[in-house]
Design a protein around this ligand. Structure first.
Ligand code: DUC
Ligand code: ZN
Ligand code: ZN
Ligand code: ZN
Length: 458
């Protein structure tokens, strides 16, 4: 078995931080310690560098049918771009079609990802139609390693389930020890506000934002937490953006309930003033929309308070030509934001380099917590004996500039064009293989494996 020795890096995990060596045999870490006296087939000198566990982005939409089109990154291009940014594992959403089975949807997604993904991947199952037939499929999904069930409280007629279905799903998932997640926004309120704005001829990107005010997210987040509390199921809110919604989670903690919270990198860094741009505002049309500066402050504080455990991306890219479907009507702009490649470097630069979060907090929210919540720990999410050798070597002082001209995502604009970052990824290992080095991809189509997940262990 080929061996690889990573020498003399500052190795940081959620609970340790020391200059040491990491020895890898095959796909697995076999030793971590100072001055390991070993001959290895391949030695990487990580002196002066930071070594962290491979990133986990638990919220991506690859090759997904949505709003009359498909998100533009496939499982191949999306996972390759992810690897360039240090994210070695992604969790993608399988979308049940209303009126059809979970199995059909899973088979369709497996058909797109199997043998094409470059990086490791897993699936959440989005239950968009909970009925007796769907109910009977939950147990099998858990047994096959799909232990998290996504719900949409918005997008009526396509993805949304009502509270009766939510209650039934939570009761069933509870039986099998799984996790229920939610896109927690009030779909009926949003649909009404969209219709009102359109009727008044208010069609610019700013009205996307004004159709999803903070209350639509706060209300649904509170409702989701309440039903989860009643059913005693493990609950996780995806892409939480704002103060009002996080305060609902705080309220849940007062009755000793734990609700896991994910935010996404864009909600920490970007704000709704971008919608003032009538020509290009569509680049930032996503749901929920970007919020205000006060919400960014809430989210950074939430991370440091431990209320926000995960920073994902909700990566759902569309080419500019696809976005232009809504040039005369915000409600026709495909919702989604490309970020799978830059989540870790953006958070390192804006979070760690600027002193907003510690390096260990960075590891928690980019990798370890997602591994624990989604049942992949300690195989993923840490640097320890027996774990997959998924490792990211960061040069903490190197600078670089984000541009669509150099990124690897299959999308022809960058939401962060021209941003200058401090901290750059040199090398990425996935299961012991050098996957990216010096900006070049070293593993090919099909290297990525499906990761079967277990239960939440946080
Ligand atoms: N939000 C988006 O912006 N895109 C995909 C789905 C979603 O909920
Ligand atoms: Zn069918
Ligand atoms: Zn969503
Ligand atoms: Zn999403």
């Amino acid at each position: 078995m080929a061996s690889l020795l990573l020498k003399n890096g500052r190795v940081v995990t959620a609970d340790s931080d020391a200059v040491c060596d990491v020895l890898v045999e095959g796909e697995t870490i076999v030793a971590v310690g100072r001055n390991l006296p070993v001959q290895a087939d391949h030695i990487i000198d990580a002196t002066g560098k930071i070594v962290v566990p491979g990133g986990i982005d638990p919220h991506v939409h690859l090759d997904m049918p949505f709003m009359g089109t498909f998100s533009s990154d496939t499982h191949e291009t999306g996972t390759r771009a992810a690897l360039h940014g240090g994210t070695t594992t992604v969790i993608d959403f399988v979308l049940q079609k209303q009126g059809h089975s979970l199995r059909e949807a899973l088979t369709e997604w497996q058909g797109r990802a199997t043998g094409t993904a470059v990086g490791d991947y897993s699936f959440h199952m989005a239950v968009t139609d909970f009925n007796p037939a769907t109910k009977a499929e939950i147990k099998d999904m858990v047994a096959e390693g799909i232990t998290s069930f996504k719900t949409f409280m918005a997008y009526k007629g396509a993805l949304m389930i009502d509270d009766a279905q939510m209650l039934g799903l939570m009761q069933e998932v509870r039986q099998h020890g799984g996790l229920v997640t939610a896109h927690a926004t009030n779909g009926d309120m949003i649909d009404t506000l969209i219709a009102q704005h359109r009727a008044q001829g208010k069609l610019t990107p700013r009205y996307h934002y004004l159709s999803q005010p903070e209350v639509t997210e706060a209300e649904a987040s509170g409702r989701f937490a309440d039903i989860a509390n009643y059913t005693d199921v493990n609950a996780y809110i995806v892409h939480l953006t704002c103060e009002g919604a996080l305060n609902q989670v705080r309220r849940a903690t007062e009755r000793n309930q734990r609700v896991f919270v994910e935010t996404c990198i864009q909600y920490l860094l970007l704000d709704a003033s971008l919608y003032d741009n009538e020509e290009e505002g569509g680049k930032w049309v996503m749901s929920p929309p970007l919020r205000e500066k006060k919400d960014q402050a809430t989210l950074w504080a939430g991370i440091n308070q431990g209320l926000v455990q995960v920073v994902g991306t909700d990566h759902c890219p569309f080419m500019w030509a696809q976005k232009l479907a809504g040039k005369d009507d915000f409600s026709k702009i495909p919702n989604g934001h490309p970020a799978i490649e830059h989540r870790m470097e953006l958070l390192f630069s804006e979070g760690v380099s600027k002193g907003r979060i510690s390096l260990q907090k960075f590891v928690e929210v980019t990798s370890t917590n997602a591994a624990k919540i989604f049942g992949m720990f300690p195989r993923k999410g840490t640097i320890s004996i027996g774990a997959d050798a998924d490792l990211v070597i960061f040069d903490p002082t190197a600078t670089h500039t984000i541009s669509a001209a150099t990124h690897h995502m299959n999308v022809d604009y960058s939401a962060y064009e021209g941003w200058e970052l401090t901290g750059k990824i040199d090398t990425v290992l996935l299961r012991g293989q050098v996957a990216v080095d010096g900006g070049e991809t070293k593993v090919g189509r099909g290297y990525g494996q499906f990761i079967k997940r277990g239960k939440t262990a946080f």
